[in-house]
Write a protein that binds this ligand. Structure first.
Ligand code: SF4
Length: 417
């Protein structure tokens, strides 16, 4: 792949330009409840001041649309903040249509607009017409683990299937002469993620029209592991010229995502570099230095004296596993419990298991689909209840949050006995 992947330039609102030739755009997402207008507005203000150039907000129901409108108004009129907002829509074409007049960009997975694929196509075509009317930008955002049934049956749950699924919607945009489009193909598995974006870039190049790419590792987790996993994969793509806007998803305060994304944006484009603590910078630098050679199998080992950092980078690149592999969503307005603390508790209690993938997901709507290839899943249902999964199967439903981590540990121990 060329180091100069030439893409279209798209605009989000009047001021944010995304595409090759422009600095990489840094974005993040609120983890407040959208209906809590005060909290979400306050978080947006904080994120904008921290350097977010785009802020995404989930819109889980029609009743959240007026809240989104009010957040947008307050940011512009009361705080003087012009950072474009992105509505995050899952499953509902109706909500997607409803937010078009409200925010500058809408993230959708058109395959989830309707279980009947022909109807999903029809709804997407209508959605594009609405976006044209308001001059909006869209992101076609597909995740590994939430591909449509028709595509998995045809091509399996593979990077190629992800890229092919995206290409169908890309082609629909081209046919509709709608060009204000960004595409993403996220996965928590760094190998799958990198390969999916490469496939998509290749396919778009062959098709003669390359839209900008939003690059990120989904459900990367938190702490050093989340940062390293994000950096090894995102930097591998950015080195190949793939990626025009990035989000580093961490199961932490979203403001903490921004310096990591800024580091990547500055390393691979003319974006301004953040001020980082020495240790954090060393972690990010080593991840970027060694990510591509390891993921590309150009080397099998890396010359790092810091054994912990070496272990973390090797595991992030899926070259050697020294602890369980964790998947944790960053949380959003759908999250119904204290995700960060719970995730830390799960990590503490399960760190002795090896060769196992454990997911901690914030909601029952998207969590089970998005935990992809996890062996076990801890999925919050809301109202203090949790469902535990073995692979894709719910095995313990509606258990109390107070006992859920114990039950998870028991479940894994029993299976391994
Ligand atoms: S899985 Fe997590 S990030 Fe995804 S929608 Fe649910 S709570 Fe939000």
């Amino acid at each position: 792949m060329s180091k100069e992947l030439k893409t279209r330039t798209i605009h989000v609102g009047n001021d944010v330009l995304i595409g090759s030739g422009h600095p990489i755009v840094v974005q993040t997402m609120c983890n407040t409840h959208t209906a809590d207008i005060d909290a979400t507005t306050a978080q947006c203000v904080r994120l904008a001041k921290a350097g977010a150039q785009l802020i995404r907000i989930t819109v889980p129901s029609m009743s959240d649309v007026p809240a989104l409108k009010e957040i947008h108004r307050r940011l512009r009129e009361e705080h003087g903040i012009q950072v474009p907002l992105v509505a995050d829509i899952h499953f509902s074409a109706e909500i997607a249509m409803a937010v078009v007049p409200v925010v500058e960009k809408i993230r959708i997975n058109p395959g989830n607009f309707h279980p009947d694929h022909a109807k999903a196509r029809l709804l997407f075509a209508q959605f594009l017409e609405e976006c044209k009317k308001y001059d909006r930008a869209i992101r076609i955002g597909l995740n590994h683990g939430s591909l449509g049934k028709y595509i998995v049956e045809k091509y399996g749950n593979t990077p190629k299937a992800m890229a092919l699924a995206a290409m169908e919607w890309v082609q629909m945009c081209l046919d509709a002469h709608f060009y204000n489009v960004v595409v993403s193909l996220k996965a928590s598995n760094t190998v799958v993620m990198v390969e999916a974006y490469r496939e998509l870039a290749r396919m778009m190049l062959e098709n003669g029209e390359v839209f900008p790419l939003h690059v990120g590792v989904t459900e990367a987790g938190n702490g050093d592991s989340g940062r390293i996993k994000s950096c090894v994969a995102i930097s591998t793509l950015l080195e190949e010229g793939i990626g025009n806007t990035i989000r580093v998803s961490l199961t932490e305060d979203p403001a903490k995502e921004i310096p990591v994304a800024q580091y990547l944006a500055a390393r691979y484009s003319s974006a301004a570099a953040p001020v980082l603590k020495e240790r954090e910078e060393a972690v990010l630098k080593a991840s970027c230095d060694y990510g591509a050679p390891l993921l590309n199998h150009e080397v099998d080992d890396i010359p790092l004296a810091d054994q912990y950092l070496k272990d973390e980078i090797l595991q992030a690149c899926r070259r050697r596993f020294y602890k369980p592999e964790y998947i944790a969503c960053p949380g959003c307005g759908r999250t119904m419990y204290d995700l960060e603390n719970t995730f830390n508790k799960v990590k503490e209690r399960t760190s002795h298991f090896k060769d196992v993938v454990i997911a901690v997901m914030g909601c029952i709507v998207n969590g089970p689909g998005e935990m992809a290839d996890a062996d076990y899943g801890y999925v919050g249902e809301g109202a203090g209840k949790v469902t535990l999964y073995r692979k894709k199967e719910p095995v313990l439903r509606h258990i109390s949050e107070n006992e859920a981590v114990d039950r998870l540990v028991e479940l894994i121990e029993k299976d391994r006995a």
